[in-house]
Design a protein around this ligand. Sequence first.
Ligand code: SAM
Length: 236
Amino acid sequence: MEELLFYAPVLLILLLAVVTDGADDYAEMRWRMVEDQIIARGIRDSAVINAMLKIPRHEFVPPESRESAYGDSPVPIGRGQTISQPYIVALMSEVLGPAPGRKVLEVGTGSGYQTAILAETGAEVYTIEIIPELAERTRRLLEKLGYTDIHFRVGDGYAGWEENAPYDGIIVTAAPGDVPEALVSQLKVGGRMVIPVGGENQELLLIEKSEKGVSYRKVTSVRFVPMTGEPGAEKV
Ligand code: SAM
């Protein structure tokens, strides 16, 4: 009985999604994705779950890949890049701790799916993409979907986005060899950064800054595209 009560809010969200979203052909795929890949693997943040139920992931992949958009894997989006696996997007979002009004820097806009999840949870999002063509395509898509308050920049995320620092949260969606120092310095005291680090073998790290200093914790092993750009760009 206690277990049923624990899951009741999640079940209610799922039920509402089915009832209210019947007109969307992809709603069932989205529902299955959330049930099988997100909730079944332990994601519990209701803001993240709601965002994943709402956002039309198939809009973020090339037209020929729409049927694969809700599968349990990354999907190519062109220029050698990918939209991240749904579970990894959910995990990174949950670990970051989304909350309305939090100022979040995202490095690696890519398809914009993670960007949309952050915006949907109420964060004030600043996002940087190094490939101009991807950045422009994504900016247009997110505007079309109604996300008009996102701040975009084309550039090398190794240097972060100093003008708007410090950030409550920083999320990096490509893997550098080492943690870029500029990003750590742009994190607020009390802030969190989620970042994949490494080469062939990568670890997703949660970095937290407190009055006492900076702590590093491994979350899980991951496989992201490598971060391009110049590690030296962080030495501003
Ligand atoms: N969360 C994104 C999504 O779901 O679409 C992930 C996109 S992909 C895994 C990583 C993105 O990081 C790519 O678009 C790539 O061009 C970008 N990227 C790589 N190195 C970068 C850098 N130094 N600065 C900014 N963006 C970078």
